[in-house]
Structures are given as C-alpha cells and as structure tokens.
Design a protein around this ligand. Structure first.
Ligand code: FAD
Length: 271
C-alpha cells in the first residue's frame, strides 16, 4: 500500500487581503511597508500588469461588460431598462483599473456632514491631508500634493464636445467653476482633472501602489484568481514571492480570459 504523503504546509501570512481592488491595493502596499509584516492579496480577476486594454485610459469604455467586470444584472424595472447591467471591475486594481479616472477632491461640506453624523476620521480636516499625501498634482495651489503615488493632472480644454457642453451650461445659467482649486464646488460645471499619467496610462490603485513594489517586497504576494478554471493561478509579473507550494513551481501564466458580454441575456420578467 502506498504511503500517504504528508500534507504540504500552506503558506501563512499576517494579513490576507481579499479583493485586490482600489482599497485592497492600497492596504496591501501600505501594510508591506513594514518588512516584518507579510501580506497575501487574493483577487478574483486577472492581473492588470502589462495589459494595455486595462492600463490605457483611452480604452476604458471597452472595459465595461468586457469580462473584466462582474457585470451585475439589475432588478427587473417596472418601466423598462431591465437589460441594464451594473458595472463593477473584476481585475487587479478593482474599479480604479476600469473607471474613467475622474479625480475630484470631495466637497468639504459633504465630508464635514459625514463627520457631524458620527463618521470619525471622515471630516474635511481629516481627509484633505490624505488627499494631499496621495497625489502628485500638476494644478496650482499650496493645498495640492506634489510627490504622492497617484498622478493627477489637468486636461487641456480641447475636446469640442466638452467645450460645447460647457457653453450650454453657461447658457442654462449653470456656473462654470473649476474643480480641485481649494475652493469647494457644490454646484457648477467645468473640466475635471484625471488620475492618469501623461503617457496615457491610468494612475489606478494598482499602478500607483502595487506596480512599484511588485517583485521588490518579499513580504507581499499578489494572487489573481482564475474563475473560469476554478483554480488559483499566478501571473509571474505580479508575484512578488513565488505563489508556489513548497517544492512546487509557480505557474507562469494565468488561465483566465475575459468572458464577452452577451447582449441577449435577460432576466425573468424582463421587458
Ligand atoms: C463604471 C464606474 C466608473 C467609475 N468612475 C469613477 C471615476 O471616474 N472617478 C472616481 O473617483 N471613482 C469612480 N468610480 C468609483 C470608484 O472606482 C469606486 O468607488 C472604487 O474603485 C471602489 O473601490 P473598492 O476598493 O471599494 O472596490 P473595488 O475597486 O471594486 O475592488 C473590489 C475588488 O474585490 C474583488 N473581489 C470581489 N469579490 C471577491 C472575492 N470573493 N475574492 C477575491 N476578490 C474579490 C473584485 O474583483 C475587485 O477587484 C467608478 C465606478 C464605476 C463602477
């Protein structure tokens, strides 16, 4: 009778971050600044590393319903629109890898209202220093950060649709008020800033916080998960420490591939 193999010990971590999305990427990067803390990030979607379809901001619309998306169905609507889907990213970096990178400083009034309602740590006085710390912003103003991991930049006012929209806003009596100037904009229209590098690569949480440390911190492991095959696989570029069982080899590529959206899918009772 063959002797039973002893079970392989599973790797142990101080923290397992479930979901390598916007928050998860930041939490993992910040925790592993301490070399004595070990962290594993488990992400249900694939890696964004080296994938221009995710990284190039000008391709963002193609990401919706692309398979890099949980693509949640909405409840059937009484008056139609039942074929709508609610987009939420399924990829390393989460929705910051998949959104349009509009970068706003939240209005101080809103944050202060949260603080007053009991959200300790969420007032403008609490949050604004954190905004400053996270950004490298090209806009003028002493309030802006210049050396944070997230690149925020001003968009040249060149898009004819945007220009026409602003003109229409003026005609309709809506004030045109620049954002992120240090003055709260509660009502108004203007060009927004974007969190994107000048070379067109999105400054997502993954790009800003994980990419600079992947492969450089032995205390950080990032494991994108394949849903299709039901197995766990690791793309080599995202693995800071090889995600292999002791004695085994890390897989060199992901088995994941995007599932295209099927427009004909409908819900029971959908119109
Ligand atoms: C279409 C769209 C456009 C947006 N546009 C902007 C914008 O322009 N500017 C802006 O500031 N905000 C925008 N937002 C909002 C912003 O992107 C989100 O609020 C933010 O990214 C949410 O961060 P999060 O960490 O809470 O979640 P997410 O970033 O969604 O991260 C959650 C992660 O967890 C993973 N996950 C879920 N379940 C599991 C599981 N069981 N196991 C492992 N992993 C799991 C997901 O795959 C995902 O990667 C947009 C959002 C959407 C959906």
């Amino acid at each position: 009778m063959p002797s039973a193999r002893p079970p392989r010990p599973l790797p142990a971590y101080d923290y397992v971050v479930v979901g390598g999305g916007t928050a998860g990427a930041v939490v993992a990067a910040r925790l592993t600044e301490d070399p004595d803390v070990t962290v594993c990030v488990v992400e249900a979607g694939p890696s964004d590393v080296g994938d221009d379809s995710i990284l190039r901001l000008d391709r963002w619309m193609a990401l919706l319903e692309s398979g890099y998306d949980w693509d949640y169905p909405v409840e059937p609507q009484e008056n139609g629109n039942s074929f709508m889907r609610h987009a939420r990213a399924k990829v390393l970096g989460g929705c910051s890898s998949h959104n349009s990178c509009i970068a706003f400083w939240a209005p101080a009034e809103d944050l202060d209202e949260w603080g007053a309602l009991g959200c300790t740590g969420w007032s403008a006085a609490d949050c604004f220093p954190l905004y400053r710390r996270l950004e490298s912003n090209d806009a003028p103003g002493d309030h802006h950060g210049r050396s944070g991991p997230v690149t925020i930049r001003t968009v040249p006012p060149e898009d004819p649709c945007g220009a026409a929209l602003l003109e229409a806003c003026v005609a309709a009596g809506i004030p045109t008020t620049p954002f992120n100037t240090g003055t709260t904009v509660v009502r108004g229209a203007h060009w927004f800033q974007i969190n994107s590098r000048p070379d067109g690569i999105r400054s997502s949480a993954s790009v800003s916080y994980l990419h600079p440390v992947l492969g450089k911190r032995p205390n950080l492991e990032v494991v994108p998960v394949s849903r299709r095959g039901g197995s766990c696989s690791t793309t080599a570029p995202t693995t800071a420490r090889a995600a292999a069982p002791p004695g085994g080899a890390a897989r060199a590529s992901s088995t994941w591939s995007p599932t295209p959206f099927t427009p004909g899918r409908s819900l029971p009772g959908a119109r």
